[in-house]
Write a protein that binds this ligand. Structure first.
Ligand code: ADP
Length: 259
């Protein structure tokens, strides 16, 4: 079970704000995630969940507040209110340690499953092809696709493509995995196979932040669920507390709609 000791924190976000064209979508998010912890972000569409994930991965720059990932500050506001961001090089270095899986699988269509998994370690990290190939084959096995290394994305189901996408993210040996509604673009019968891979990953001790509407997954796998609405964290706690016994009206009405 995860602890909340400061030295085990992997993500430490303080008062994070972000606006798009004057529309403030993150209104001061505080969130800590410990090593090995699985946190599910729940909340209605438009509440800022995806934006927050993208800020952690620096696909968006924050407007205010601070975020540390594994002890490194990735964006911060100084005392005078000036915001500092990392250099492009530092951003790239940080991002290498964070795996992200999107709603759409975003595989390279002209590459096989194996080539997709091998791409980043070779191109970004300059690792040796032979070593990466072995690791990529093992990862395809881990996600249940040991018989599909030569298949192109178009020859795979959505669930299989998403499993390749997970293997591809894992190939970089990330410290943290971010999942942005990884099953919401899938046909219902394919959701389970992707959730199983994520469940196994959680059981292996991977630190994960998962935006999802899969309440069963959140209930069974999350150490903590964080309910967001309107750009703020409304409540958080163990899934059994928040999902079974929500305290706030906004959480109650959201969960009623999810049933
Ligand atoms: P959620 O993941 O909870 O559905 P999002 O983070 O995707 O919420 O979106 C929060 C709000 O921010 C929405 O109103 C959305 O339209 C807006 N938004 C997100 N990304 C952009 C963007 N790149 N430009 C303008 N508005 C955006």
């Amino acid at each position: 079970m995860s602890t909340h000791k400061k030295d085990t924190l992997l993500v430490h976000a303080l008062n994070v704000t972000k606006a798009f064209h004057g529309n403030e979508v993150l209104k001061g998010i505080d969130m800590d995630v410990s090593k090995g912890e699985v946190v599910c972000l729940l909340g209605p569409s438009g509440s800022g969940k995806t934006t927050f994930l993208r800020c952690i991965n620096q696909l968006e720059t924050i407007d205010g507040g601070r975020i540390w990932v594994d002890g490194d500050l990735i964006g911060f506001e100084d005392r005078g209110g000036t915001l500092h961001h990392l250099t492009d090089k530092a951003v790239a270095a940080q991002r290498r340690d964070i795996g992200m899986v999107f709603q759409r699988f975003n595989l390279f269509p002209h590459m096989t499953a194996l080539e997709n998994v091998m791409e980043a370690p070779i191109q970004v990290k300059g690792e040796k092809k032979k070593d990466v190939r072995e690791r990529a084959l093992a990862l395809l096995e881990q996600v249940g696709l040991e018989d599909k290394p030569g298949a192109y994305p178009a020859q795979l189901s959505g669930g299989q493509q998403q499993r390749v996408a997970i293997a591809r993210a894992l190939a970089m040996r990330p410290k943290l995995m971010l999942f942005d509604e990884p099953t919401s673009a899938l046909d219902p019968e394919l959701v389970g196979e992707v959730l199983k891979v994520m469940r196994d990953l959680a059981a292996d001790g991977m630190t994960m932040i998962v935006v999802t509407h899969e309440m069963g997954f959140a209930r069974e796998v999350a150490d903590r669920v964080v309910f967001m609405d309107g750009g703020v964290v409304v409540e958080q706690g163990r899934p059994s507390e928040v999902i079974s016994n929500p305290q706030h009206d906004r959480t109650k009405s959201f969960l009623r709609r999810m049933r």
